[in-house]
Write a protein that binds this ligand. Structure first.
Ligand SMILES: C[S@@+](CC[C@H](N)C(=O)[O-])C[C@H]1O[C@@H](n2cnc3c(N)ncnc32)[C@H](O)[C@@H]1O
Length: 272
């Protein structure tokens, strides 16, 4: 791997200190149907097994795992997202809280003392890694933290080229106003400012409009989403010493086809 890491994509989650509260108020995130899939993958490692999630955010997937009895570690680069996770933990029973460890760190170069039978990266974490150098750094770091025979399970979206060709540079409201727990209100719009075909990347703006007694405040989360083809993932994983155990077109384990919404991958690392 040559060249230094690009700046952390996670910076876009720290525009405001309570960004995690805004993230958790988006119904489309809370309604994602991936939690059962990741729970089933954890159950395969045995009751009470240990799980490391990279890019754990506010604990949307990891907290249900801890509630199900797993001993979990969540790594994220965003202090705002981790702060929200910690505040959610305060409402949990002591037995659940003690099964959760949170670590601030970068998916590309963290170093923890343990190894895990399962490492997960739910909700497109690898799409925050824009260059092959960064992707390989992350995969090498994951490999170093897997027990022999351990699995790395992650999802990315399956690029819809017809949608990518559309001009989506005009702001469109995609989340109508919802109430925040503290009495403020949130609505959100989205726009794609550019699609860069050579880099396989879309530049996205999520515009959070927070209304309180003093008016409406716009918080723009600007970030780049890197998209992957299924064959590219196979090559990338092989280059990092992984083999694909299974690949699906969604978290319901449907076959991967041209029109699948997701590419869901279960990979194992071959020890040299
Ligand atoms: C879309 S959220 C997903 C959070 C969680 N996995 C979920 O499913 O709700 C993406 C998360 O990845 C984190 N992230 C992005 N790039 C990262 C990096 N290089 N290192 C660590 N965390 C990163 C962000 O801070 C954010 O919390």
């Amino acid at each position: 791997v040559t060249g230094g890491p690009t700046p952390p994509a996670a910076g876009s989650y720290d525009n405001v200190v309570d960004f995690g509260t805004l993230y958790d108020a988006i119904p489309a995130y809370q309604e994602r149907d991936d939690v059962g899939f990741y729970l089933a993958e954890a159950a395969r490692a045995g009751p009470g097994s240990r799980v490391l999630e990279i890019g754990c955010g506010t604990g949307r997937v990891l907290l249900p795992m801890a509630r199900a009895g797993h001993v979990v570690t969540g790594l994220d680069a965003s202090p705002a997202m981790l702060a929200r996770f910690r505040s959610r933990l305060e409402a949990e029973a002591a037995g659940i809280r003690k099964r959760v460890t949170l670590v601030e760190g970068d998916t590309r170069e963290f170093s923890l003392a343990d190894r895990w039978p399962l490492i997960t990266a739910p909700f497109r974490i690898l799409q925050h890694l824009l260059t092959p150098a960064d992707q390989l750094r992350c995969l090498a770091t994951v490999a170093r933290h897997l027990e022999p025979g351990g699995r790395f399970v992650f999802d990315v979206f399956n690029p819809n080229f017809a949608a990518l060709l559309q001009d989506r540079s005009t702001e469109v409201e995609e989340t109508p106003e919802v109430a925040l727990p503290d009495g403020r209100f949130l609505r959100r719009a989205v726009r794609i400012t550019s699609v860069r075909w050579i880099e396989q990347a879309s530049d996205v703006e999520l515009i959070y409009c927070v209304r309180d007694g003093s008016g409406t405040h716009r918080i723009v989360q600007a970030f780049t989403m890197r998209w992957y083809g299924a064959a590219e993932l196979e090559h990338l994983l092989a280059r990092a010493g992984f083999i694909i155990e299974a690949q699906f077109g969604g978290v319901d384990r449907r076959p991967l086809t041209d029109t699948s919404p997701e590419i869901v991958t279960i990979a194992t690392h071959i020890e040299k």
